[in-house]
Design a protein around this ligand. Sequence first.
Ligand code: X2X
Length: 338
Amino acid sequence: MLKLSRRKALALGTSAAVSSAIPLRYAHAAEFNFKLGTNVPESHPLNVYARKAAEEIKEKTNGRFELQLFANNQLGGDSDMFSQLRSGALECFTLSGVNVLSTLIPSAAIYGLGFAFKDYATLWAALDGKLGAHLRAQIDKAGLYVMDRIWDNGFRQITSSTRAITQPADLQGFKIRVPVSALWTSLFKSLGAAPTGINFAEVYSALQTKIVDGQENPPAIISAAKLYEVQKYCSLTNHMWDGWWFLVNRKAWDSVPADIRDIVAATINANAIHEREEVARQNTSLKSDLAAKGLVFNDVDQAPFRETLRKAGFYTEWQNKFGPESWAILEEYTGKLA
Ligand code: X2X
């Protein structure tokens, strides 16, 4: 009985796929099937525009190249997906340079230095300019292909279930989740907090079960991952910016003919620009929406936080770690930090 119905289902699945799911003009399997893993929920603009890129690529390559999206940590957390990407089990992965990418390439984290960028104009000038080129060269050296345009995650804000953060004193001993990253841990330790490195896949439950009292992310993520259900306050610290590099396994990328690679890269980079516009819009417009859902917002004066970091030796420590070359390029855009 069970066997019969399974066979039936299989037969049905096959004929359905042939007759309707694949449009006639793509009535052949794609030659190149790339999986893309992301670490945020389906509704986040990263996934919306990655999907759009996938549709456009299929169209422009006449079905020869297929990009299949696995959003929301379906393939595992960041650390898992990063190993899969490196081994070739996963072809594409969007990953922050400040997150686990920095475990392989320490200087990839440099743009996430606390309070480094004051606005988007400065930030895009750096990341679409000399700083981005410098960072992409290091990712390339480490054996990964990286698309030109970084995707926007946003300026990060601290949320908490226990108290609003208005001054550095509010962070003393504060149990906060940070991604698995030396720079992130150092930033919050230097501010006096008690950070724990946790992949984003486990953040909601870590907040719900009170393993940590807070986390930090931009409004677009707080909304898409419904973190407002387990958090009460959102303090607009803008303490750092973060984004996702669109990474590709080098061997898989090299297996694709140059003309198709050009289409894929151009389409992904164009959609990164659209994604940036949407994220910037959401990170502004979502505040009233999140407030209506019960999140209590407060503005923050950054000056005492910066001063706390300076006094803790945070900037000089990281200047030494990143080295003079990367640091000089960063300061061309941000002005003197150390
Ligand atoms: O892990 C996070 O907090 C996230 C989703 O913002 C990153 O990818 C860094």
